[in-house]
Ligand binder design. Structure first.
Ligand SMILES: [Ca+2]
Ligand SMILES: [Ca+2]
Ligand SMILES: [Ca+2]
Length: 469
């Protein structure tokens, strides 16, 4: 099969300007070389005979990164919801290897969230939601906006989704819980739904389940003038947990007067809550923003510069989109950064020390990796750490040479930072659901044998794929 390959850029040493803000020194930009490889190519899954024909019964070993022919059709499965436009925001692998996909939907009558469940081989799980394999909850009707709807699995198999009720004006946080068999969980909130109106504008981005069953909802809310990070905690029955933070909420407002838009949250094994996103002054380009809260919802003063950190990569637009915490406590942040001299966005993967200091020099020499499949847009949207410490990044590209339609991308890094050359024959590749589809990455997970499950959106289709490890 043919596929595009990513090249790892050489990067220069970083100088820290202040404990809170980091930036490349001007003189350090020169050694950075631009991607100038061959034009990227794409696996054309709709017409690739080389992906078909393998006997599933023989498919015990699939080379790292390669599509697993025993999954879906040639390693990939596409599903649509008739009459609806979908977003695909998380891909969750159950302990029994079944796959739950959550996201948003929009029809001509309303907006809401869904959970779909698939068997380990990518076929629809007909034991879920009364044989449908998919359950939905409408959050808003009429003129409305569908909003990110990421999920988390409880140990008992229940599925919790965090989203936003958006009628087109003021917005509220929403939590939905489904039973393990795919029905609204009547023991949660009101008929399985919690609407939380914190302030006028509330936008949910992520959810996590604590070991004690309490639920963390993360996102952004407006203060009087701009957006702040917010994490709210709920009991396992859906009541706001007033023992967390202030009145159930932990918030952070980057100084001063910045808009702070969260994109991802991670619950650490020690109970601390790490949030990342974009922080930008009005009229200025965004920087990576990171905040850590203690398990009780206070700002963690031991992190970064007094609880928070912002990183200005190349002095232009920097977007943190994903965070993951390694078993040793080190922190991975993925996203992209615009490199003005190269006139393109590079995928960015940064590793910080456990205390939030930038950067961890044991990763790629300077704690940073920047990659491009070509101009003009490359971004990491999801991160997952394998049991062996290797780091999987999912994202997407929008290349001029590809007509600017988005293609999904998968990359794997060694724990020490370089691309893993054993993965897909070079460390990374891009692909699409079908010819010229619009392809994003919305989730990564691992089945019990280590195989990688990736998923996302391909036009209006839910796309899931399985890859060798
Ligand atoms: Ca509200
Ligand atoms: Ca703010
Ligand atoms: Ca595409």
């Amino acid at each position: 099969m043919s596929r595009g390959t990513a090249s790892l850029l050489a990067t220069a040493a970083l100088s820290l300007s202040t404990p809170v803000t980091t930036a490349f020194a001007e003189t350090a930009k020169a050694p950075l070389t631009l991607h100038a490889g061959a034009p990227s190519r794409v696996v054309d899954l709709s017409a690739s005979a080389d992906l078909a024909g393998s006997s599933p019964s023989l498919a015990s070993f699939v080379p790292p990164g390669d599509f697993d022919p025993s999954f879906g059709a040639g390693g990939i499965a596409l599903y649509e919801l008739s009459g609806a436009t979908l977003g695909t925001d998380s891909v969750l692998v159950q302990p029994d290897d079944r796959i739950v996909v959550t996201g948003s939907f929009r029809t001509n009558t309303g907006c809401g969230v869904y959970a779909a469940r698939y068997n380990a081989d990518g076929t629809v799980d007909t034991t879920f939601a009364g044989g449908m394999g998919l359950v939905t909850t409408t959050l808003a009707s009429g003129l409305c906006n569908a909003s990110s709807a990421r999920g988390a699995l409880q140990p008992d198999g229940k599925i919790v989704i965090a989203s936003t009720r958006d009628q087109g004006a003021a917005t509220d946080f929403a939590l939905v819980r489904y039973t393990a068999s795919g029905a609204p969980d009547t023991t949660f909130g009101s008929g399985g739904l919690v609407i939380y109106n914190y302030v006028m504008f509330d936008h949910a981005i992520d959810v996590a389940i604590q070991p004690d069953g309490r639920i963390l909802l993360a996102g952004s809310s407006s203060n009087n003038t701009n957006l702040d990070f917010v994490v709210a905690r709920f009991t396992s029955t859906g009541a706001l947990d007033s023992t967390f933070g202030v009145g159930g909420r932990a918030t952070y407002d980057f100084p001063s007067g910045r808009n702070d838009s969260m994109t991802d949250m991670a619950l650490q094994p020690d109970g601390k809550v790490l949030a990342v996103g974009l922080t930008y002054a009005i009229g200025a380009s965004p920087d990576f923003g990171l905040v850590r809260f203690t398990a009780s919802g206070a700002l963690d003063s031991s992190f970064g510069g007094g609880g928070a950190l912002k990183i200005d990569v190349f002095g232009s637009t920097d977007q943190a989109m994903a965070v993951a915490v390694q078993t040793d406590g080190k922190i991975l942040v993925g996203g992209n950064a615009y490199y003005p001299s190269g006139s393109q966005y590079y995928m960015a993967l940064l590793r910080l020390n456990a205390n939030g200091t930038a950067f961890d020099s044991t990763f790629n020499g300077n704690g940073q990796a920047y990659l491009s499949f070509g101009p003009t847009n490359n971004i990491i949207s999801r991160l997952a750490v394998q049991a062996d410490g290797k780091i999987v990044a999912g994202g997407y590209t929008s290349l001029t040479s590809r007509g600017n339609n988005y293609d999904a991308a998968l990359l794997r890094f060694l724990p020490t930072g370089p691309l893993d050359s054993t993965f897909a024959g070079g460390g990374g590749f891009m692909y699409e659901g079908f010819v010229d589809s619009h392809d994003l990455t919305g989730g990564l997970g691992f089945q019990s044998d280590g195989k990688l499950i990736a998923g996302g959106l391909s036009d209006k289709y839910i796309r899931i794929s399985r890859h060798g490890n």
